[in-house]
Structures are given as structure tokens and as C-alpha cells.
Design a protein around this ligand. Structure first.
Ligand SMILES: Nc1ncnc2c1ncn2[C@@H]1O[C@H](COP(=O)(O)OP(=O)(O)O)[C@@H](O)[C@H]1O
Ligand SMILES: [Mg+2]
Length: 235
């Protein structure tokens, strides 16, 4: 343990090509579940990718789970799992069971332990009966549950989910949200446009134009977000 908050950013900026996707982001959050809200293009996905060690900050200091995402990138990627909106992009193996087992490859657990962990995770996500099915032929909801299984089978300390319910119907969205929010020993950063889902997190962060506009109790942050929406820009 480092004693640092799980998410600590000091004056962080991320420049992507000609765009300042994140500007002067300073945050220290140690709650278990964090919602990230904001309009399209406000920097939410850039923030999510930064936390997952998928991109490096251009300026500023970042510690995620106490780790430096540049110098300790491999360790960070081992401890953080990512879930995106589009489950098709996350399927890499032909069958459901193989796809879940594939996520464990970096952990070099051996065949029996890999199988045991994969089976246990398939059961947890209600995929046992589909284990030998073609992963690409699943329904959208089943595919997203498979993506969650691939993320959770590694027992991550932090799950970063970027709009994980966007393409799902109401029932599957609830199912996926329940798995993400359920306390199974992981922390969660959840980028979402579903404000009722954001409200169920311990804290929320509002991004506007690459900057943190508000951070704190979800209800207060969402109220601030809604207030920004009434400021309609001239077309
Ligand atoms: N690879 C990229 N190259 C250049 N600009 C990018 C890239 N990815 C995102 N951006 C820009 O960065 C800003 C923030 O994008 P993003 O983090 O995807 O926002 P959000 O997820 O909130 O919609 C936007 O202006 C977007 O166009
Ligand atoms: Mg995005």
C-alpha cells in the first residue's frame, strides 16, 4: 500500500494530435466507484484510457492505484481491466470459453487453473450454457457479458468501463450495471450517459471541454451537469 488515493492526477494534460483532450486535470479520489459524465467530446474516453495505462499524460503527474502509468505501465495494465461500448471489438477467440481463458494468458496460470478460473467466471456471468458457442454469434447483451467475464476473470483491482451499456436494451443494461457496481473487491470508473446509473456511484466527475468542471457527490455533480445543458449555445 502506498497511502496514495487510488486515482491521483496533478495538473494533467493530454494532447492528441492538435487537440487538448484533457487540460489541467487535478483529482484525488479514493472512493470505490466513480462515475464520469459529460457531453460528447468532453474528454471522458481520454480520461478512461489514461487511467487504464493505454495513453500517457502529455504533462502533469498521474498515479493510478499508486502506480506511475508510464514507468509502471505493465503492472498497471495487469491490475486494470477495461470494458468498452462495443463488445465485438473485444472478442478475440472463436468460442465463449476460449475467449474468457484467453484473457488469462498473461497470468501464465497453467491449463487446469486457467480452466477452473474461466469456468467459475462463465458461471458468474450466466454464460456456462453458452461456453462452446461461437462468440461472434452471441446476442449483443451476451457479448457484453462475455466482455465483462474477460475483464473480471483476471480479478482486476480497477475496472474502467467506457459507456458499457450504450448498445444494450434495458434488461441487459441493468444486468451489466449490476455486475459492474456489485462489490466484488474491485474499484470501478464508469463513463456513462445514464445519469441514474451515475447516481448510484460513490462519487462523480463532470468533464466540460477537457476540464474537470465538478467532482463530488453524484447528485450534486449531475445537477451541475444538467445546469450546463440549459445553457444552449447559439446554432
Ligand atoms: N486519437 C485522437 N486524435 C485527435 N483527437 C482526438 C483523438 N481522440 C479523441 N480526440 C479528441 O479529443 C477530445 C476528447 O475526446 P474523447 O475523450 O473521446 O471525448 P468523450 O469520450 O467525452 O466523447 C475530442 O475533441 C476528440 O475529438
Ligand atoms: Mg467517449
Amino acid at each position: 500500500m502506498t497511502g496514495l488515493p487510488a486515482l491521483q492526477l496533478d495538473s494533467v494534460g493530454v494532447r492528441l494530435g492538435e487537440v487538448d483532450a484533457l487540460r489541467d486535470v487535478t483529482l484525488a479520489l479514493d472512493v470505490r466507484t466513480v462515475a464520469v459524465v459529460g457531453e460528447n467530446g468532453s474528454g471522458k474516453s481520454t480520461f478512461a484510457r489514461l487511467l487504464a495505462g493505454l495513453i500517457a499524460p502529455t504533462v502533469g503527474e498521474t498515479r493510478i492505484l499508486g502506480l506511475d502509468p508510464v514507468r509502471q505501465a505493465a503492472e498497471l495494465r495487469r491490475r486494470v481491466a477495461v470494458v468498452f461500448s462495443n463488445p465485438d471489438a473485444q472478442i478475440v477467440m472463436p468460442t465463449v470459453a476460449e475467449d474468457v481463458a484467453f484473457s488469462l494468458r498473461p497470468d501464465r496460470l497453467g491449463r487446469d487453473e486457467t480452466r477452473r478460473r474461466a469456468d467459475e467466471t462463465l458461471e458468474r456471468f450466466g454464460l456456462t450454457d453458452l461456453r462452446d458457442r461461437s462468440a461472434h454469434d452471441l446476442s449483443g447483451g451476451q457479448k457484453q457479458l462475455l466482455a465483462l467475464a474477460g475483464a473480471f476473470v483476471r480479478r482486476p483491482d480497477l475496472v474502467v468501463a467506457d459507456e458499457p451499456t450504450t448498445y444494450l436494451d434495458a434488461r441487459n443494461a441493468r444486468r451489466v450495471a449490476a455486475h459492474l457496481l456489485d462489490d466484488t473487491g474491485h474499484r470501478l470508473v464508469l463513463v456513462t450517459h445514464d445519469l441514474s446509473l451515475a447516481e448510484r456511484c460513490d462519487a462523480a466527475v463532470l468533464f466540460v471541454d477537457g476540464r474537470v468542471e465538478a467532482v463530488g457527490e453524484p447528485a450534486a455533480v449531475i445537477a451541475e451537469y444538467e445546469a450546463t445543458l440549459t445553457r444552449v449555445p447559439p446554432c
